[in-house]
Design a protein around this ligand. Structure first.
Ligand code: SF4
Length: 507
């Protein structure tokens, strides 16, 4: 069967909420390439499975924990899970997405190629490979494409590929969702205003791997919006960007969408960019909750992570939100940032108290508490994860205090932080852990059993790394604007600010 498989190792509702999924499927279908959509619903394979497998399957891996689902998917498709065991007529598996762009190592033994970076510049070439016969020749062709890491064939490091001019980039105008599937944020047209972020927060992987920041012009945004809601037959637009009002046209396109009578949804906002006027527009678009990510209430830690929004800035944003008619505010908090001491955590709790008191009687404060997870290609990539007991205690403390002031609280299980750290900073060895763990059912509790069976020491990946050693992911991929040298400089600035205070990390 000719064509390309687009696999999303997760449920349809999540796949159809992904702009990348719409981009891949629509781009290929518009060029009359047959597309087979493959999903994993509750761990079970579903989708277009009749008539044999296509010669190429692209697998979207935006998050590290999806590596387990990749294994489940391959097992159920009866494709040998290790690349070196595949036969001539097995499909070629190409992985892509933020997680593998930052660090492809843990999936390299499992896939035939990794697309590092953005899809648009290679999609055309990918469709052309369908005319080539033979696994070897296709892999050679892939190895010659920009941003394509083909183990054993590509020259390392592969340079991350990205779109130079978003205005000229192809865009999925038609974003159709099949009947019976409800995307996570409802049916809407997803409009990406900006790609990348220029803020340079030292912990942020997305900010780092999508550099440089690129904005669509207001003219193009308006054209896409008009055509998109019509072609997708929806009355809502969901804006896509890392820091929405950092786009010079964020306010303009929001105004335009509201003037068209559309329902609007705006992603996370930098606190200092929210004015009462912008809040009013968001409220007019029907959104009741805005999300701000101050990460910490400690000014010292905020400066160390290079996100210097102190409590004053967050409170001003909440005032502006209330003045504009927004009812609810969600705050993203990170605990366990290395260098964080008791007094820093107390300042975070104090910030939550102040936020709750501002919103009392007007709306709801929501607090999302997350452990700090060191991510590859960031200035904090060498720093270890805080010890599990300490993380649990910190989360419990913030949770208790936030609930005491009436906030609605959600938190991320720190045991998942261990799993995420291992997968995000792992090397090729970790692939064996992933396979074993997935075959044990993939539950959190099975991770330790899998580690034991494979002889993999998890602390090798969760501890502090020697900053003078080059991490494996930098040997594989070079990131324009996020070079190892630049990240190291930022790391040193971070260490200088915290001055070793509060560092309780096991090496
Ligand atoms: S945390 Fe937000 S503002 Fe900071 S670099 Fe990442 S996306 Fe940009």
């Amino acid at each position: 069967m000719k064509g390309i498989g687009i696999a999303y190792p997760g449920p349809r509702s999540v796949a159809y909420s992904s702009l990348a999924f719409h981009m891949l499927t629509t781009f290929l279908e518009d060029r009359r390439v047959g597309v087979k959509r493959i999903f994993l619903e509750d761990g079970w394979l579903e989708g277009d499975l009749r008539g044999g497998l296509p010669p190429l399957i692209m697998v979207s891996l935006p998050y590290e924990l999806m590596y387990l689902d990749l294994v489940r998917m391959l097992d159920q498709l009866r494709i040998p899970v290790y690349r070196d065991k595949r036969r001539e007529d097995d499909p070629i598996i190409i992985a892509g997405g933020p997680a593998v762009t930052a660090n492809p190592s843990p999936v390299l033994p499992l896939v035939d190629a990794v697309l590092v970076g953005e899809a648009e510049p290679v999609l055309e070439g990918l469709a052309d490979t369908l005319d080539i016969q033979g696994r070897d020749r296709i892999l050679d062709e892939l190895a010659g494409m920009p941003g394509m890491l083909v183990p054993g064939r590509s020259r390392l490091p592969v340079e991350r590929v990205y779109v130079r001019d978003l205005d000229k980039a192809w865009y999925p105008i038609r974003q159709e969702t099949p009947p019976g599937v409800e995307p996570v944020w409802g049916r809407s047209f997803m409009l990406e205003t900006t790609r990348g972020c220029a803020r340079g927060c030292r912990f942020c992987m997305e900010g780092s791997i999508f550099r440089p920041k690129r904005d669509r012009s207001l003219r193009v945004l308006k054209d896409l919006l008009e055509a998109g809601v019509k072609a997708s037959k929806v009355g809502k637009v969901s804006f896509y960007s890392l820091a929405f009002f950092d786009s010079p046209h964020g306010q303009g396109i929001l105004e335009y969408a509201v003037s068209m009578g559309l329902e609007t949804s705006v992603p996370s906002i930098r606190a200092e960019t929210l004015t009462p006027e912008r809040a009013r527009l968001i409220a007019e678009g029907g959104q009741r909750t805005i999300t701000i990510a101050p990460e910490t209430g400690s000014c010292r830690i905020a400066k160390a992570i290079h996100k210097p929004i102190c409590t004053g800035g967050t409170m001003e944003a909440i005032d502006n939100a209330i003045e504009g008619g927004i009812r609810n505010v969600k705050l993203y908090i990170i605990v366990g940032i290395p260098g964080e001491e008791d007094e820093d955590l107390e300042e975070t709790i104090q910030m939550i108290r102040e936020a709750a008191s501002k919103l009392r009687g007007r709306g709801m404060l929501k607090v999302s508490i997350n452990p700090f997870i060191p991510k590859p290609v960031t200035a904090m990539q060498w720093i270890g994860l805080e010890e599990l007991g300490a993380l649990k205690a910190k989360i419990a403390r913030v949770k208790k205090e936030a609930r005491r002031v009436g906030a609605q609280v959600s938190s991320y299980d720190p045991r998942y932080a261990i799993a995420q750290t291992v997968l995000s900073r792992g090397d090729e060895e970790v692939a064996r852990l992933v396979v074993e763990w997935a075959r044990l059912g993939g539950r959190l509790g099975a991770m330790k059993t899998a580690a034991k069976r494979t002889g993999i020491d998890l602390s090798r990946y969760t501890g502090t790394m020697d900053p003078d050693k080059v991490p494996r992911w930098h040997e594989l991929v070079s990131h324009p604007y996020s070079s190892l040298k630049a990240l190291k400089r930022e790391y040193e600035l971070y260490i200088n600010i915290i001055g070793g205070r509060g560092l309780r990390i096991k090496a």
